[in-house]
Write a protein that binds this ligand. Sequence first.
Ligand SMILES: *Cc1c(COP(=O)(O)O)cnc(C)c1O
Length: 435
Amino acid sequence: MKFYSTNHQVPDVDLRTAVTKGLADDNGLFMPEHIAKMTQDFFENLSEKTLPEIGYQVASQFFGDDIPAEDLKPLVEEVLNFDIPLVKVSEGIYTLELFHGPTLAFKDVGARFMARLLGYFTKQKSEIINVLVATSGDTGSAVANGFYKVPGIRVFILYPKGLVSPIQEKQFTTLGENIISIEIDGTFDDCQHLVKQAFLDKELCNQITLTSANSINLARLLPQSFYYYYGVAQMMKMEPGKKIVVSVPSGNFGNICAGLIAKRTGLSIDKFISATNVNDIVPKYLETGKFEPRASIATIANAMDVGNPSNFTRILDLYKGSHAAITNDVIGSAYNDEQIRETIREVKKEFNYLCDPHGAIGYRSLQAYLPTTENSVGFFLETAHPAKFNETIEATLGEPLEIPERLKKIIEGERKSYSLNVDYNALKKFLLATK
Ligand SMILES: *Cc1c(COP(=O)(O)O)cnc(C)c1O
């Protein structure tokens, strides 16, 4: 399988190049040249399949030409060694709980897959790969955990000072070893911009091998499609014969993009809801046809505080730029902090289910949309465990929240982090000095 750049200014590349480069030389994002339909047999037996079985069959489509089955199968099985259950919340509304992995967020799936894939490629070639990643919270921990102690790989995590939750920060700053954390005196968009600058810096890239573990990296993006099939598989058993709507709390739009790719392979999801906080750049685009990035606004659903969603380019590419085609599949929806708090309280009180701030937006978007459709049910993605946002949740509910054991251990670790201003040259110097 070849992978092309969404800017179409450079030749197609193989998987290894796409994954180690992260971003194409023309600043575009890589996309698979074919998105074939999965077989009828695959869909007919979908509800009988386990998550690793689904993952392997989908992975074969995208990665099977480049990685032999005897390597790909155990790799997928290792990544998907935790459950992703579909849980009923209220009438017709379910949640796909993506937080049962090691860092309690959906990003574990993509980050663990990418780490193993890079590890697989570096085993064949002895060089140090430097992974550079910007995080608004959960990416950092998922990437740090996925890459921790992987030989031949060094990880630099850039995060906005004071804008990630204390637990999130601890999850990546306490590991040490090959994980280096840098707090940037700026916003997430600044961090993301610094990372992009580094990739476009030819002089730097000639001296060290740099790759990105942000959701712009294909190896993180594509595995995120696995659980959409698994969600639908579970839904088919619980609500047979219904049309399915999936509500995706979105920031950089990698997660929803993976879902749209799954739909393109034939997965029967009727509509997607792109559910955002007040950083509603994509819902605005769906409404007006104009994509207008702007500075991000801090919210209590901070992993979605993105003013220039990087994977939107991929969605445009997938639909050949057609606004009409996109709005046929994707509905926009946005809520502010007060509405998020309200929803957390309501869902807890009425259905005894605790949403995290991101999932709450997913729930509310679905709840508002379903009555406008017929014969539809849906699920929203619970993208992180509520305890990762314990301060917000406790303030919202006015009662203490039980912290899971595996989070407690992390909080006790010692924070190790470097500090830099929003200054590309300072970052470059830092990266070269760590060589
Ligand atoms: C990263 C993240 C999101 C946003 O996902 P995208 O793929 O960037 O759209 C939503 N919720 C949580 C908890 C996250 O960590």
